[in-house]
Design a binder for this molecule. Structure first.
Ligand code: BTN
Length: 252
Protein backbone atom coordinates (compact mmCIF):
# COMPACT_ATOMS: atom_id res chain seq x y z
CA UNK A 1 0.00 0.00 0.00
CA UNK A 2 1.34 3.44 -0.93
CA UNK A 3 -0.07 6.80 -0.07
CA UNK A 4 -1.53 8.77 -2.98
CA UNK A 5 0.85 11.70 -2.53
CA UNK A 6 3.91 9.57 -3.37
CA UNK A 7 4.91 8.94 0.21
CA UNK A 8 6.65 5.54 0.17
CA UNK A 9 4.68 3.98 3.06
CA UNK A 10 1.14 4.37 4.48
CA UNK A 11 0.90 7.89 5.88
CA UNK A 12 -1.40 9.53 8.43
CA UNK A 13 -1.05 13.28 8.75
CA UNK A 14 -2.52 15.05 11.75
CA UNK A 15 -2.52 18.59 12.99
CA UNK A 16 -1.95 17.96 16.69
CA UNK A 17 -1.54 15.15 19.20
CA UNK A 18 0.02 14.67 22.61
CA UNK A 19 2.81 12.53 21.11
CA UNK A 20 3.03 10.74 17.76
CA UNK A 21 4.43 7.67 19.57
CA UNK A 22 1.37 7.50 21.83
CA UNK A 23 -1.02 8.21 18.92
CA UNK A 24 0.42 5.39 16.82
CA UNK A 25 0.59 3.05 19.79
CA UNK A 26 -3.14 3.54 20.46
CA UNK A 27 -3.94 3.13 16.77
CA UNK A 28 -2.01 -0.16 16.61
CA UNK A 29 -3.78 -1.39 19.73
CA UNK A 30 -7.17 -0.67 18.15
CA UNK A 31 -6.67 -1.97 14.59
CA UNK A 32 -3.91 -3.74 12.72
CA UNK A 33 -1.64 -1.24 10.97
CA UNK A 34 0.63 -2.18 8.07
CA UNK A 35 4.35 -2.27 8.79
CA UNK A 36 6.01 1.17 8.26
CA UNK A 37 2.71 3.04 8.79
CA UNK A 38 3.80 6.56 9.61
CA UNK A 39 2.12 9.31 11.62
CA UNK A 40 3.29 12.89 11.08
CA UNK A 41 1.98 15.67 13.29
CA UNK A 42 2.53 19.41 12.94
CA UNK A 43 2.49 19.82 16.71
CA UNK A 44 2.77 17.78 19.92
CA UNK A 45 1.30 18.98 23.20
CA UNK A 46 3.42 16.51 25.21
CA UNK A 47 6.33 15.48 22.97
CA UNK A 48 8.43 12.94 24.80
CA UNK A 49 12.20 12.66 24.79
CA UNK A 50 14.68 10.24 26.28
CA UNK A 51 15.18 9.99 30.06
CA UNK A 52 11.70 11.39 30.71
CA UNK A 53 12.57 14.74 29.08
CA UNK A 54 10.12 16.64 26.90
CA UNK A 55 10.78 17.43 23.23
CA UNK A 56 10.52 21.06 22.16
CA UNK A 57 9.08 21.77 18.71
CA UNK A 58 7.40 24.95 17.54
CA UNK A 59 4.01 24.46 15.84
CA UNK A 60 4.35 23.53 12.16
CA UNK A 61 8.09 24.12 11.98
CA UNK A 62 9.71 20.72 12.37
CA UNK A 63 9.36 17.06 11.56
CA UNK A 64 7.62 15.03 14.26
CA UNK A 65 6.82 11.48 13.24
CA UNK A 66 6.53 7.88 14.32
CA UNK A 67 6.37 4.62 12.40
CA UNK A 68 5.67 1.02 13.30
CA UNK A 69 7.76 -2.11 12.66
CA UNK A 70 7.06 -5.76 13.47
CA UNK A 71 10.57 -7.18 13.79
CA UNK A 72 9.44 -10.60 15.00
CA UNK A 73 12.70 -12.06 13.65
CA UNK A 74 14.81 -9.96 16.04
CA UNK A 75 15.70 -11.03 19.55
CA UNK A 76 15.16 -8.30 22.13
CA UNK A 77 18.84 -8.39 23.05
CA UNK A 78 19.62 -7.29 19.45
CA UNK A 79 17.29 -4.27 19.55
CA UNK A 80 20.25 -1.89 19.11
CA UNK A 81 20.26 -2.92 15.43
CA UNK A 82 17.00 -1.02 14.99
CA UNK A 83 18.59 2.11 16.48
CA UNK A 84 21.50 1.66 14.10
CA UNK A 85 19.47 1.35 10.90
CA UNK A 86 17.10 4.18 11.77
CA UNK A 87 20.02 6.45 12.72
CA UNK A 88 21.76 5.63 9.44
CA UNK A 89 18.62 6.35 7.40
CA UNK A 90 18.26 9.76 9.05
CA UNK A 91 21.94 10.62 8.81
CA UNK A 92 22.04 9.77 5.11
CA UNK A 93 18.94 11.87 4.44
CA UNK A 94 20.37 14.87 6.28
CA UNK A 95 23.68 14.44 4.42
CA UNK A 96 21.77 15.56 1.31
CA UNK A 97 21.18 18.96 2.93
CA UNK A 98 24.43 19.64 4.79
CA UNK A 99 27.88 18.34 5.73
CA UNK A 100 29.01 17.39 9.25
CA UNK A 101 26.10 15.13 10.20
CA UNK A 102 27.02 12.26 12.50
CA UNK A 103 25.43 9.77 14.88
CA UNK A 104 26.15 10.40 18.53
CA UNK A 105 26.09 7.02 20.24
CA UNK A 106 23.64 5.52 20.79
CA UNK A 107 21.09 7.28 18.56
CA UNK A 108 21.15 11.07 18.54
CA UNK A 109 21.85 12.78 15.26
CA UNK A 110 24.30 15.66 15.45
CA UNK A 111 25.46 18.49 13.23
CA UNK A 112 28.97 19.36 14.41
CA UNK A 113 28.51 19.30 18.19
CA UNK A 114 24.83 20.23 18.23
CA UNK A 115 21.78 18.00 18.29
CA UNK A 116 19.51 18.19 15.24
CA UNK A 117 17.48 15.05 15.84
CA UNK A 118 16.43 12.75 18.65
CA UNK A 119 14.56 9.47 18.63
CA UNK A 120 12.58 7.39 21.06
CA UNK A 121 12.10 3.75 20.06
CA UNK A 122 9.62 1.78 22.14
CA UNK A 123 9.33 -2.00 21.91
CA UNK A 124 6.65 -4.55 22.77
CA UNK A 125 8.19 -7.93 23.41
CA UNK A 126 6.81 -11.43 22.88
CA UNK A 127 9.02 -13.72 24.93
CA UNK A 128 12.60 -12.98 24.00
CA UNK A 129 11.68 -11.50 20.59
CA UNK A 130 10.42 -8.06 19.54
CA UNK A 131 6.79 -8.08 18.50
CA UNK A 132 6.32 -4.42 17.68
CA UNK A 133 8.51 -1.32 17.69
CA UNK A 134 7.33 2.23 17.46
CA UNK A 135 10.09 4.60 16.43
CA UNK A 136 9.43 8.27 17.14
CA UNK A 137 11.67 10.86 15.56
CA UNK A 138 11.96 14.59 16.01
CA UNK A 139 14.10 16.56 13.56
CA UNK A 140 14.59 20.29 13.88
CA UNK A 141 13.94 21.64 10.40
CA UNK A 142 12.68 25.23 10.22
CA UNK A 143 12.69 26.40 13.85
CA UNK A 144 14.73 29.59 14.23
CA UNK A 145 15.10 29.76 18.02
CA UNK A 146 14.98 27.24 20.86
CA UNK A 147 13.79 27.99 24.38
CA UNK A 148 13.82 24.70 26.33
CA UNK A 149 16.74 23.84 28.61
CA UNK A 150 17.99 21.25 26.06
CA UNK A 151 21.72 21.96 26.00
CA UNK A 152 22.64 22.24 22.32
CA UNK A 153 19.77 22.15 19.81
CA UNK A 154 20.19 23.19 16.19
CA UNK A 155 17.85 23.20 13.17
CA UNK A 156 18.50 22.69 9.49
CA UNK A 157 17.40 26.31 8.94
CA UNK A 158 20.04 27.54 11.39
CA UNK A 159 22.64 25.59 9.42
CA UNK A 160 21.66 26.35 5.83
CA UNK A 161 19.45 29.46 6.06
CA UNK A 162 16.83 27.65 3.92
CA UNK A 163 13.33 26.40 4.70
CA UNK A 164 12.61 22.77 3.85
CA UNK A 165 9.47 20.68 3.60
CA UNK A 166 9.37 18.32 6.62
CA UNK A 167 7.14 15.76 4.86
CA UNK A 168 9.59 15.46 1.95
CA UNK A 169 12.37 14.79 4.42
CA UNK A 170 10.25 12.11 6.14
CA UNK A 171 9.57 10.54 2.74
CA UNK A 172 13.29 10.23 2.02
CA UNK A 173 13.96 8.81 5.49
CA UNK A 174 11.22 6.17 5.14
CA UNK A 175 12.58 5.12 1.75
CA UNK A 176 15.96 4.51 3.38
CA UNK A 177 14.45 2.88 6.48
CA UNK A 178 12.79 0.30 4.21
CA UNK A 179 16.10 -0.41 2.46
CA UNK A 180 18.00 -0.81 5.72
CA UNK A 181 15.24 -2.97 7.16
CA UNK A 182 15.65 -5.30 4.18
CA UNK A 183 19.36 -5.55 5.02
CA UNK A 184 18.49 -6.31 8.62
CA UNK A 185 16.08 -9.06 7.57
CA UNK A 186 18.93 -10.53 5.50
CA UNK A 187 21.01 -10.43 8.69
CA UNK A 188 23.62 -8.12 7.12
CA UNK A 189 24.61 -7.00 10.58
CA UNK A 190 28.29 -6.58 9.82
CA UNK A 191 27.55 -4.17 6.98
CA UNK A 192 25.19 -2.22 9.25
CA UNK A 193 27.78 -2.14 12.05
CA UNK A 194 30.55 -0.91 9.75
CA UNK A 195 28.39 1.90 8.34
CA UNK A 196 27.27 2.89 11.83
CA UNK A 197 30.83 3.11 13.15
CA UNK A 198 31.93 5.17 10.14
CA UNK A 199 29.13 7.63 10.87
CA UNK A 200 29.88 8.10 14.56
CA UNK A 201 30.27 11.47 16.25
CA UNK A 202 33.83 11.69 17.70
CA UNK A 203 34.97 8.65 15.76
CA UNK A 204 38.50 10.12 15.73
CA UNK A 205 40.66 11.61 18.46
CA UNK A 206 40.55 12.07 22.22
CA UNK A 207 37.49 13.73 23.75
CA UNK A 208 36.02 14.32 27.21
CA UNK A 209 33.59 11.91 28.85
CA UNK A 210 32.16 11.52 32.33
CA UNK A 211 31.21 8.28 34.07
CA UNK A 212 30.28 7.44 37.67
CA UNK A 213 33.91 7.96 38.69
CA UNK A 214 34.41 11.36 37.06
CA UNK A 215 35.64 13.08 33.94
CA UNK A 216 38.33 11.65 31.65
CA UNK A 217 39.61 11.82 28.08
CA UNK A 218 39.28 8.89 25.75
CA UNK A 219 38.98 7.77 22.13
CA UNK A 220 36.15 5.66 20.73
CA UNK A 221 37.45 2.19 19.88
CA UNK A 222 34.23 0.53 18.70
CA UNK A 223 30.57 -0.09 19.39
CA UNK A 224 29.75 -3.74 20.07
CA UNK A 225 26.79 -5.38 18.25
CA UNK A 226 24.53 -5.15 21.28
CA UNK A 227 25.32 -1.48 21.72
CA UNK A 228 28.12 -1.30 24.26
CA UNK A 229 30.44 1.68 23.62
CA UNK A 230 34.12 0.83 24.06
CA UNK A 231 36.48 3.70 24.83
CA UNK A 232 40.25 3.74 25.36
CA UNK A 233 41.36 6.27 27.95
CA UNK A 234 44.66 8.19 28.03
CA UNK A 235 46.33 5.48 30.10
CA UNK A 236 45.45 2.91 27.43
CA UNK A 237 42.73 1.25 29.51
CA UNK A 238 39.59 0.04 27.72
CA UNK A 239 36.29 1.06 29.29
CA UNK A 240 32.86 -0.23 28.19
CA UNK A 241 29.51 1.46 28.71
CA UNK A 242 25.87 0.70 28.14
CA UNK A 243 23.32 3.46 27.53
CA UNK A 244 23.09 6.15 30.21
CA UNK A 245 26.27 4.97 31.93
CA UNK A 246 28.34 7.71 30.32
CA UNK A 247 27.99 11.35 29.38
CA UNK A 248 29.71 13.10 26.50
CA UNK A 249 31.32 16.31 27.80
CA UNK A 250 31.60 19.34 25.58
CA UNK A 251 34.45 21.15 27.28
CA UNK A 252 37.17 20.18 24.78
C1 BTN B 1 15.33 12.56 22.61
O1 BTN B 1 15.16 12.96 23.76
O2 BTN B 1 16.40 12.73 22.03
C2 BTN B 1 14.23 11.83 21.89
C3 BTN B 1 13.29 12.78 21.25
C4 BTN B 1 12.20 12.10 20.47
C5 BTN B 1 11.16 13.07 19.97
C6 BTN B 1 10.20 12.46 19.00
S1 BTN B 1 9.15 13.67 18.27
C7 BTN B 1 8.13 12.44 17.60
C8 BTN B 1 8.01 11.34 18.64
N1 BTN B 1 6.94 11.64 19.56
C9 BTN B 1 7.39 11.87 20.79
O3 BTN B 1 6.66 12.17 21.76
N2 BTN B 1 8.71 11.75 20.84
C10 BTN B 1 9.27 11.40 19.55
Amino acid sequence: MHSPDGFPVPLIRIRETNSTNLYLNHLCNETVQAEFTTVISRYQTAGRGQRGNSWESEDGKNLLFSFVLYPGFLEAKRQFLLSQIISLAIKETLDVYTNDISIKWPNDIYWKDKKICGMLIEHNLAGSYIERSIAGIGININQQQFFSPAPNPVSLWQITGKEENPVEIASDIMQRVQEYYRLLRQDAVEQIGVRYQKSLFRRNGLHSYKDAEGEFKAAILRVEPEGRLILKDESGKERGYMFKEIEFRFTD
